[in-house]
Design a protein around this ligand. Structure first.
Ligand SMILES: Nc1ncnc2c1ncn2[C@@H]1O[C@H](COP(=O)(O)OP(=O)(O)O)[C@@H](O)[C@H]1O
Ligand SMILES: [Mg+2]
Length: 237
């Protein structure tokens, strides 16, 4: 689903060029859940933005569902994002002048889907906020806003969902709700999930962890067994 070959990121600063990602190569399979972990400043958000097509690689190749992102301009990447990608930000990034339901409908409207309002209401109910559709973001708690943001990311049924510290601004109870929702949707819709987190408990629920250190991918660890998905399968059989 995702393939990267020696991708790097170099930015221009007042002190000259700064390489913030060393060549990184890895693959993510369809339906897989992957956590990117590492200290603050290690390059996690930069890597996630490249994978999601929000930013352009300096060197190397990056394929999203077989499409070569590295050769695309901003307009082409925007189209690809609209078709295949959902993104969840730590700070929710909801449109303050739109209601919860309108926020959720927005990507479906942009994508020209048939029933944005019905779909939006349906998914709003799925995230447990069916009764809050007419409320504006500033009338919702952090946890509720993040659930609206997740609903917005899922309405187009993206093949790949990216999340940057999705529980970073939430208290423990709301973190749990948001976590459960992410993995439920990942399983139900078979969405590939790539998230950045500081939270070891959230990271350990992913099938794989990519460890970043000072712009380098230093280690990849697999969830041995007993991962959430395995437990679900065991319970089902
Ligand atoms: N546009 C930029 N210009 C200069 N430095 C940047 C830029 N973007 C990120 N950085 C630097 O690159 C490093 C990695 O940043 P980031 O990917 O945000 O790390 P993380 O998400 O792991 O905290 C940091 O040291 C950050 O200051
Ligand atoms: Mg970050």
């Amino acid at each position: 689903m995702i393939e990267t070959k020696h991708i790097t990121k170099i930015v221009n600063t007042s002190e000259g060029q700064l390489q913030i990602l060393q060549p990184i190569s890895f693959n993510v399979k369809a339906g897989e859940s992957v956590a990117i972990v590492g200290a603050s400043g290690s390059g996690k958000s930069t890597l996630l933005s490249l994978l999601a097509g929000l930013d352009q690689v300096s060197e190397g190749e990056i394929y999203l569902d077989s499409a070569g992102l590295h050769g695309m301009d901003e307009e082409q990447r925007a189209r690809l994002r609209g078709e295949k990608v959902g993104f969840i930000f730590q700070s929710f990034m909801l449109v303050q002048s739109l209601t919860a339901l309108e926020n959720i409908m927005l990507p479906a409207e942009i994508a020209g889907m048939d029933n944005p309002r019905e779909l939006g209401q349906q998914i709003l109910e799925q995230v447990g906020l069916g009764h809050r559709g007419t409320h504006y973001p500033n009338q919702l708690s952090g946890g509720e806003q993040q659930r609206v943001a997740i609903a917005r990311a899922f309405i187009t049924k993206p093949k790949i969902l990216f999340a940057d510290e999705p529980t970073g601004n939430l208290d423990a109870a709301n973190s749990d709700k948001v976590e459960k929702l992410l993995f439920d949707l990942n399983r139900e819709s078979d969405t590939t999930l790539v998230l950045v987190t500081h939270d070891p408990e959230l990271a350990s629920q992913c099938q794989r962890q990519l460890h970043m250190h000072a712009g380098e991918l230093t280690e990849v660890t697999e969830q041995p067994s007993g991962s959430d998905a395995d437990i679900q399968q065991m319970q089902a059989s």
